[in-house]
Design a protein around this ligand. Structure first.
Ligand code: D5M
Ligand code: FE
Ligand code: ZN
Length: 476
């Protein structure tokens, strides 16, 4: 049960190992969960046995999962990359790539849902099921509201297609307004035995109920994003105040600055060039390399004992299609040694605490599609990602997702911290033990944003105490 709650499956042989363990099984289970790579789905016997036989090899439990070939952990204190796309892009964009991409999304999310739902393949919902209550797990091909106000959802699994109906006076009508195209969800209802189902309940994959933080570590992490260095609107004065505080050059009665071990940047380091029409007029630095040089100068000013983790965004010098690889050497060379450059999205650990970093372009889609989700409260959009176990559920809208052979956006296991940026507003909440944080921006309102009525909250830095997972906001 404890493993299932954390989203792991246990090989029967692994269970035998645990049952035969002479010491505290509670401690053993905690130790296994604490040391398991979060990309691993099934805990195997050899992983348990290697933990039992080796006390001096903390990396022994970390398997390179075949489904998600991520990087195994070694030491606890450092910032480490666990998983991203860098150097692993497989797609060329042909038809087979799309099929494999969606199949991987479906398979991964079905695995999560099938622990909670006794679902049948769609092809088995023939005449014999007429009038009976059935459950299925499907990917939403289309969802729309008819002229009469009823909702029609086309669902597909690898065996077939079915049409699900929600009448406008049904209890779940409002809830069904949250269904997004391309997401995978569970549906229970009455089959008509002829390719239709009348929906009684909907089940999103969601993350397990947990109140305590998943992991704790030591020190503090500062979460940043959207510096937009090179923009006329980059707030250099506020940045200098931030650096002075972080480097202990100003009074800091709280002593917080000295506890900072990590600075994580979730994309849009620079403003870039040619990102939107008429951007030249908004640029203080018109050469992209000069922008990175200026950004590096600002980041290199950070106290040398602080680890810096940098992930790209849609203004950075990497491919626009997501997942994006880490920044290339051509610009990395401006940064000081020891920085960790990761892709977008990326799983990293900060002294053992897992952080899922995603720039957050899909928030644009979620704001557009979901009732009650707005730019003013980006953390709510991020909670929707956790509920759907997916960082960017809608395919082919604002986010251009390359059809890689695996879906890097599935949240196979809940992270301790979900960190996004992109929308330039700060949002902090806790959802089922996950610290959900959007880290705002260092760019004041551009003319374009004024026209779009986007009210940025610049120069605000969320700080996470990794030993308690408490989050506060620092304003510079
Ligand atoms: O995005 C900064 C903010 O501006 C974010 O909330 C999205 C919004 N934005 C950016 N481009 C557009 C377009 N074309 N239409 C509407 N809203 C937009 P950033 O990626 O940092 O520039
Ligand atoms: Fe941005
Ligand atoms: Zn952005």
């Amino acid at each position: 049960m404890r493993f299932a709650e954390q989203g792991y499956q246990l090989e029967p042989e692994a269970l035998e190992f645990i049952c035969s363990y002479p010491g505290s099984k509670d401690d053993l289970i905690r130790s296994i969960i604490g040391r398991m790579d979060r990309s691993v789905a099934v805990i195997r016997a050899f992983q348990v046995s290697s933990l039992l036989t080796s006390t001096d090899a903390p990396g022994a439990l970390l398997e390179k999962s075949s489904a998600l070939p991520c990087i195994p952990s070694s030491q606890a204190a450092a910032a480490e990359l666990k998983c991203d796309i860098t150097g692993r892009s497989t797609c060329v964009g042909d038809y087979d790539d799309f099929v494999r991409y969606f199949r991987d999304r479906y398979t991964k999310i079905r695995e999560i849902l099938s622990r909670r739902l006794n679902a049948r393949p769609i092809e088995s919902l023939g005449k014999s099921t007429a009038g009976r209550e059935v459950s299925l797990i499907g990917m939403v091909m289309d969802v729309h509201t008819t002229a009469k106000g009823n909702r029609v959802i086309e669902l597909e699994d690898p065996t077939g297609l079915i049409v699900a109906f929600v009448q406008k006076d049904a209890q779940i009508y409002e809830q069904s307004g949250n269904i997004l195209p391309d997401e995978v969800l569970g549906v229970t209802g009455t089959s008509d035995g002829n390719g239709r189902i009348f929906v009684k309940s909907l089940l999103w994959p969601d993350i397990p109920n947990q109140t305590a933080p998943l992991e704790v570590g030591g020190g503090c992490a500062l979460l940043l994003s959207d510096l937009h260095v090179g923009s006329k609107y980059f707030m250099d004065d506020a940045w200098q105040r931030f650096i002075q505080w972080l480097n202990g050059q100003v009074e800091d009665p709280s002593g917080l600055a000295s506890q900072v071990k990590y600075v994580v940047i979730a994309g849009d380091l620079v403003d870039g060039i040619g990102v939107y029409p008429g951007q030249e007029g908004d640029l203080a630095i018109k050469d992209i390399y000069a922008q990175y040089e200026a950004a590096a100068e600002r980041i290199n000013a950070i106290r040398s004992d602080v680890s810096v983790i940098i992930s790209p965004g849609n203004h950075d010098i990497v491919r626009q299609a997501e997942p994006q690889p880490a920044l290339p050497e051509t610009v990395r060379k401006y940064f000081r040694e020891g920085g960790l450059f990761v892709g977008n999205p990326a799983w990293v650990t900060l002294g053992g605490v897992s952080v899922l970093i995603y720039h957050g372009r899909s928030i644009d889609d979620l704001v557009l599609r979901l009732p009650g989700i707005s730019y003013a409260a980006p953390e709510k959009a991020m909670v929707e990602m956790l509920k759907r176990r997916h960082l960017s559920p809608v395919y082919g809208s604002r986010v251009s997702i390359a059809p890689e052979h695996e879906d890097h956006y599935v949240i196979s296991r809940p992270p301790a911290i979900l960190h996004c940026g992109h929308v330039h507003t700060v949002g902090i909440t806790r959802y089922k033990g996950v610290a959900v944080i959007n880290s705002g921006t260092w760019q004041s309102q551009t003319d374009f944003q004024k026209k779009m009525n986007i009210q940025p909250q610049p120069a605000v830095v969320p700080i996470v105490d990794l030993s308690t997972m408490k989050v506060r906001k620092l304003i510079f």
